[in-house]
Write a protein that binds this ligand. Structure first.
Ligand code: IPD
Ligand code: CA
Length: 271
């Protein structure tokens, strides 16, 4: 393989090793998480010193191994690179869960090659559960209780009425008002709604068939880059609103058996 065409499996191995190191830092930082908290886009959109330290560790490890790569991180890392590879990093996805000690916060690392995500890892730092995917190579989960990777294949709900749907909400008040109206209209049309608090883990939950679908408006690339590959490689439909790309503005993943109906309903609810 040349530098311009790196092996996605090699990129995944580096991402997994890096995510484990970052998750260890995040776990150790939990006890002091509340000591150093700053607000970002709104008073409830927070960043802790641990988010920043995790991003620094991840960027340092990745660029230490591959100095010509680019990187984009939630906490400010942004450099173009020259190798054709760009890493997209969420150092803690689910920061509010992290702050409150709810066990759903993850390190998310994706490797784009020429602008397309080819490898992704989402590691739940609280539980040690690890989701991985390589483009064309399937999606897998492993964890402390079951170290052997298990291939993911989503779920097959019989109808949208039977579908368990995860979603999330942004941090700006106006955005939340709109998202609340959409979810209120959706609730009577599906089995139930879940809000876990980490977009990366929501996407992996859909890949694992723990929910049948997930949607959210206004995500950033670091929220979805790795998780959307995991969902796609698990065989889910990964889409946006009709005629719009995924996550611009709506990110949707759904089991194929309900995807068309779900996308049509979301299009109706997002005028
Ligand atoms: C947030 C989480 C949340 C989602 C928000 C994201 P953060 O990321 O993924 O579930 O609803 O849209 O911003 O702030 O925890 O990294
Ligand atoms: Ca995030």
């Amino acid at each position: 393989m040349t530098a311009a065409h790196p092996d996605p499996q090699a990129l995944l191995r580096l991402a997994v090793a890096t995510a484990h190191e970052a998750a260890e830092l995040v776990r150790q930082g939990r006890a002091v998480a509340a000591d150093s908290v700053d607000a970002k886009s709104s008073p409830t959109d927070v960043v802790t010193a641990v988010d920043t330290a995790s991003e620094q560790l991840v960027v340092g490890r990745l660029l230490g191994e591959r100095p010509d790569d680019g990187v984009l991180g939630e906490e400010g890392a942004d450099r173009p690179g020259t190798s054709g590879v760009r890493w997209v990093v969420d150092p803690i996805d689910g920061t509010v869960n992290f702050l409150y000690g709810l066990p759903a916060y993850a390190v998310s690392i994706a490797a784009e090659v020429d602008g397309v995500v080819r490898a992704g890892v989402v590691l739940n730092a609280a539980t040690g559960e690890l989701f991985t995917a390589v483009a064309g190579g399937g999606a897998f989960v492993s964890g402390p209780a079951a170290p052997q990777p298990v291939r993911l294949g989503g779920s097959r709900p019989a109808s949208l009425e039977q579908a368990l749907v995860a979603t999330g909400f942004g941090y700006r008040v106006e955005q939340r008002r709109e998202q609340g109206a959409v979810v209120a209209a959706l609730l009577p049309r599906v089995r139930d709604i879940r809000r876990f608090g980490s977009a990366a883990l929501d996407l992996c939950a859909a890949a694992a068939g723990r929910v049948d679908a997930y949607y959210e408006a206004g995500l950033h690339p670091w929220d979805h880059a790795a998780g959307a590959l995991v969902a796609a490689e698990a065989g889910l439909v990964v889409a946006g609103l009709p005629g719009r790309p995924f996550a611009e503005p709506l990110a949707v993943v759904a089991a194929p058996s309900v995807a068309d109906e779900f996308l049509a309903l979301l299009a109706e609810l997002h005028p």
